[in-house]
Design a protein around this ligand. Structure first.
Ligand code: SAM
Length: 224
């Protein structure tokens, strides 16, 4: 059994712990107690409706509902003021973050290299009524993201997979002690082994891998 397969199996245990789900799947079936997200207010309803609409005919590999909800929960729980996202795509993960940021008073700084996807993301943020919470930057995130040197509460890495370890080197110094680094696709598609190595061998970091329903998220705490 490879090292990563072992990790993936422990992801399953982690997901079971986090969700209370008896299986690795979070599909909403008899074996899984998770239910669709329930809006608390009109603003939340508008965002959730926009996510549903955005997913129709979607051809990009954006975050799943389970991953998006976990990310929102983490951002809201740490009271994040500044979330940095590498890989906006069409804005679905950004919409999940906005559910938290409208409560914490924080902002999302999101980066993408693809003008077409960014255009769709901008329209989705406007439709959801959260455009004022989100600063979008177009270009290669390796160059654009490190230009802003404010402390980061939550860093979400979800751009090109071979770049994950470089993104970590470029932005880890800006993550505040007690902040989180979330990394998508830690199970599939095949994760970047240099990234896994970097977040599992640094004593300043503590990392868990959570497999919700396929992609897998790395959750790394930058210790105080
Ligand atoms: C998996 S998608 C992001 C999905 C998005 N976070 C979501 O869940 O809604 C990856 C995105 O990274 C972008 N990307 C790839 N290389 C990049 C780079 N060097 N700089 C910025 N964005 C990049 C792609 O254009 C694509 O939109």
């Amino acid at each position: 059994m490879t090292k990563f397969r072992t990790t993936a199996l422990s992801c399953l245990a982690g997901a079971m712990l986090l969700t209370g789900a008896p299986t690795m799947s979070v599909a909403q079936d008899a074996k899984n107690p998770q239910k669709p997200a329930l809006p608390k207010d009109d603003g939340e309803k508008r965002i959730l409706e926009t996510i549903v609409e955005a997913r129709k005919g979607q051809r990009y590999a954006n975050v799943s509902e389970a991953d998006g909800r976990l990310m929102r929960q983490l951002v809201e729980a740490v009271n994040a003021q500044r979330v940095v996202e590498l890989g906006t795509s069409t804005g679905e993960s950004g919409l999940y973050f906005s559910l938290a940021l409208r409560k914490t008073g924080g902002k999302l700084y999101t980066y993408d290299i693809d003008p077409e996807r960014s255009k769709v993301a901008k329209a989705n943020f406007e439709k959801a009524g959260v455009a004022d919470l989100i600063v979008m930057t177009l270009g290669d995130a390796h160059e654009t993201a490190p230009k802003n040197t404010e402390p980061i509460d939550v860093l979400f890495i979800d751009a090109e997979k071979p770049g994950y370890d470089a993104y970590l080197r470029e932005l880890l110094p800006l993550v505040r002690p007690g902040g989180l680094i979330l990394a998508h696709n830690m199970h599939q598609p095949a994760p970047n082994p240099k990234y896994i190595e970097a977040v599992t061998t640094n004593p300043d970091l503590d990392t868990s891998f959570v497999l919700m329903d396929g992609a897998g998220i790395g959750i790394t705490l930058k210790k105080r």
